[in-house]
Ligand binder design. Structure first.
Ligand code: EPU
Length: 421
């Protein structure tokens, strides 16, 4: 195992380019199952979750070639297996994204149920309900979802709640169904639109009829395409918060700033100077941090994937705020670690009250999930003294070359072998 060792206190300064979005690249790779032709994806980040998805696709009989760093050619000429095994799904819940494509292309899928994880129970009942509405027969056996259908058929389906991968799975399934599918109460995250753009370039006919209603006209087959994965808005925002928390000055480039509106609003309210261009944002600190209440919500609300990082920031504010997590029921695992670094945070149900303190102190802390890891990195960058973050493998699931990028901004951060674990 490895740990991250950070000597805090240096204001970050400089320019940092954003990588492709993990949460857009994962469904894009799974979409390759929908055609026997070649799919070429650019801007695929080098991450652990991407490697896991490659492993899963290879197991299903898909051919994968890394053409250059960031460019992958995927060809599912034939699908020889239909199982997403427990061993892979338990390490990466997004493996469930093969369910819709497998059902659409092969009419059979055998996908391990993900089970709970560090941030909540995270059931997939909506994915299954939608597939059933499209005519799939679904059985749960020995921890696996066994789904079958001759050919999925178009339907009119309303999600009971907003789900990102659920929306993506059903869009992919409906793209090869017989007839038209209307999906209501869909997720509006930009990553969903990334999938829609990709599928349309593969010959699908998908459009958002209104913000949360998506209409898919099923096709008999899809074809080859070349697609560039959208920029990672969560990575972009994490670097901006790094500028804010270290009282620095950072320009983030290669992002789509329209995807960052709710975070940028909060940073402005926090007293940061925020300059927005089309594909770049610069955040400059004037020293003070003011906190505001935040409630996480599906897009375009304040993203749950920023909650932990924002909490690190406002733990150093000169005011008090309440952060309410409405998307996942258990996404406060980072709180105890921040408290170990001197933060004053109290949890009550789904809300955390954060009273800003003057300084955080370096400590040994443990990462529990991807965004919690990012939160601890941020806290470590701002803290006095040395912070050691254990179980840092969570970070490698979602942040490409993170320490390299931070070092270029002036951070004192290095990865070391972890003797403790
Ligand atoms: N939910 C259900 N039933 C379902 C599906 C979801 O009850 O069938 C619940 C979940 O338990 C959760 C809420 O609905 O409480 C929202 O879950 P959603 O399905 O939207 O989450 P997801 O699709 O599993 C994606 C991202 C997450 C991100 C969430 C919310 C991917 C691969 N993952 O997860 O990303 O937090 O949407 O925006 O796209 C991360 O990158 O760190 C990460 C966790």
């Amino acid at each position: 195992m490895e740990k991250m060792v950070i000597k805090g206190g240096t204001p970050l300064r400089g320019e940092v380019p954003v990588s492709g979005a993990k949460n857009a690249a994962l469904p894009a790779m799974c979409a390759a199952l929908l055609t026997e032709d070649e799919l070429t994806l650019h801007r695929v980040p080098a991450l652990r979750d991407i490697r896991t998805t490659k492993q899963l696709l290879i197991q299903l009989g898909v051919q994968l070639d890394d053409l250059t760093p960031g460019t992958v050619r995927i060809r599912a000429r034939e699908i020889s297996d239909h199982t997403a095994p427990y061993e892979l799904v338990k390490t990466m819940r997004a493996s469930v994204l093969v369910l819709g494509p497998l059902m659409a292309r092969a009419g059979i899928a055998n996908v391990s149920l993900p089970g709970g994880c560090a941030i909540g129970a995270r059931p997939i009942d909506q994915h299954l309900k939608g597939l059933e509405a499209m005519g799939a027969a679904i059985e749960l056996r020995s921890g696996y979802v066994e789904a079958r259908a001759n050919r999925l058929k178009g339907t009119d389906f309303t999600f009971d709640l907003i789900t990102v991968t659920g929306t993506e799975n059903l869009i992919m399934a409906a793209s090869l169904a017989k007839g038209t599918t209307v999906l209501r109460n869909c997720a509006m995250e930009p990553e969903v639109d990334g999938v829609i753009d990709l599928l349309n370039s593969m010959g699908a006919a998908i459009q958002r009829e209104s913000y949360d209603t998506i209409v898919i006209e099923g096709k008999d087959s899809l074809h080859a395409a070349v697609h560039t994965v959208i920029a990672d808005r969560i990575e972009a925002g994490t670097h901006l918060i790094a500028a804010a928390i270290t009282r620095g000055d950072v320009l983030v480039t290669g992002c789509d700033t329209s995807h960052l509106v709710s975070l940028l609003e909060k940073l402005e309210e926090a007293g940061l100077n925020v300059e927005v261009g089309q594909d770049r944002v610069r955040v400059t600190s004037n020293g003070r941090i003011r906190s505001r209440d935040v409630e996480t919500n599906p897009y375009p609300g304040f993203a749950t994937d920023f909650q932990a990082q924002y909490m690190a920031l406002v733990s150093l504010a000169d005011s008090r705020c309440t952060i309410t997590e409405t998307v996942f029921e258990n996404r406060f695992m980072h709180v105890q670690e921040l408290v170990r670094m001197g933060a004053d945070i109290r949890i009550s149900g789904r809300s955390a009250t954060v009273r800003g303190v003057q300084k955080l102190s370096g400590a040994q802390v443990q990462a529990t999930d991807l965004r919690a890891s990012a939160c601890l990195i941020l806290a470590g960058l701002a803290a006095e003294g040395v912070t050691e973050i254990h179980r840092v493998y969570h970070l490698d699931r979602g942040y490409e070359r993170i320490e390299e990028k931070l070092v270029r901004l002036g951070a004192d951060i290095r990865r070391e072998k972890d003797e403790l674990l």
